[in-house]
Design a protein around this ligand. Sequence first.
Ligand SMILES: Cc1ncc(COP(=O)(O)O)c(C=O)c1O
Length: 394
Amino acid sequence: MGEEVQTAIHRHCRPFNIPNSEKKSPYESAKVMKGKEHIYKIAPYEPGKPIEEVKRELGLRDVIKLASNENPLGPSPLALEAMKKHLEEISYYPDGHCSILRHKLSQKLGFPPQCFVFGNGVDEIIHFIGLAFLEEGDEVLTVEPSFIRYDASALLNKAFLKKVTLPNFQYDVSLLLSAISERTKVIFLANPNNPTGTFLPQEGLRQLIERAEGKLLVLDEAYFEFAEDPAFPDSLSFLKEGADIIVLRTFSKIYGLAGLRIGYGVAKQETVRAIEHIREPFNVNYLAQIAAVSALDDEEHIRETRKTIWEGKRYLYRQFEEMGLFYLPTQANFIFVDVKRDSREVFQALLREGVIVRTGDIFGCPTFLRVTIGTREQNERFTGALKKVLGGVQ
Ligand SMILES: Cc1ncc(COP(=O)(O)O)c(C=O)c1O
């Protein structure tokens, strides 16, 4: 870099880096552009605390994260292998159409390739749905407590949010049916639900689909691979029958690829076509596509993950029962448990023990914690810490 340029950069940076009492920046009192008024109604997403941050803040060496429902066994080994092989190709733009993955899913699930839409995580597809279908004054129906990105999708598009409660944390079909109005445009349901882990079974789903004719029903199945209950619905069978639903699935959970950001939706072609109008051209990155294709074939990783989660869930149930804590039997890879204290305090105390979980206050349940089911070792570490903490926090 030439000396002249360096000096210019240095001069330019001075007002920001070095307090200079002699010279005032002409921009100091300049007005800052405000965002659009309605966006301030959307609460910025607060992700689970990263492991490195907790280590640094608390001076801890060994920290486990059971906060964001990631796969405790890590990524699919087949996906890792495939990515390593293709690393050097990242100088190319990704395939904007996700062709290989599209065809693979088309064969696996039995829908034409045009019925799939891909996103930088399911989060992005939820965002796309709002952009593509919602207008000011439309009504969006969802439940409470549930995944909070549905709120953002509605509010960003000035739609009105209507939330139905979950009596005893269970889906109540009659409440959902009676909440559907003329103005309802989109219905977002997580099945199994986050944070409760409870689910809407086949018959309830059928009733809802029948009543919701003319609306778009979004079934977010981010955790469906962990469902054990035989009553868990086969949502794709309704899509095959022609229902106007979009089923969302992710590679972040059972496939262990959360850091790559890739998810998909399967729906009627007209629904996908609408979303294609607003999708950015290269929204799903190159390595994510490579990894997802291989992860779909990694049956051993899927089997081992399920086994770990199902065994871990029974272990945690027993531990909670011994501790006298109420918990919700789950169909997902996390458990919502009532610690009967301010969960923020319990969360902080668990952090000091090197265990990161999620507090229930963000879901309107201030005495609950949501804990991701981990490996046996992680679950033991968590329950050991919880026993210690609950003994101390009054
Ligand atoms: C119900 C639900 N849907 C979607 C997502 C986001 O999935 P993705 O990582 O594919 O964006 C999550 C993540 O925690 C979730 O809990």
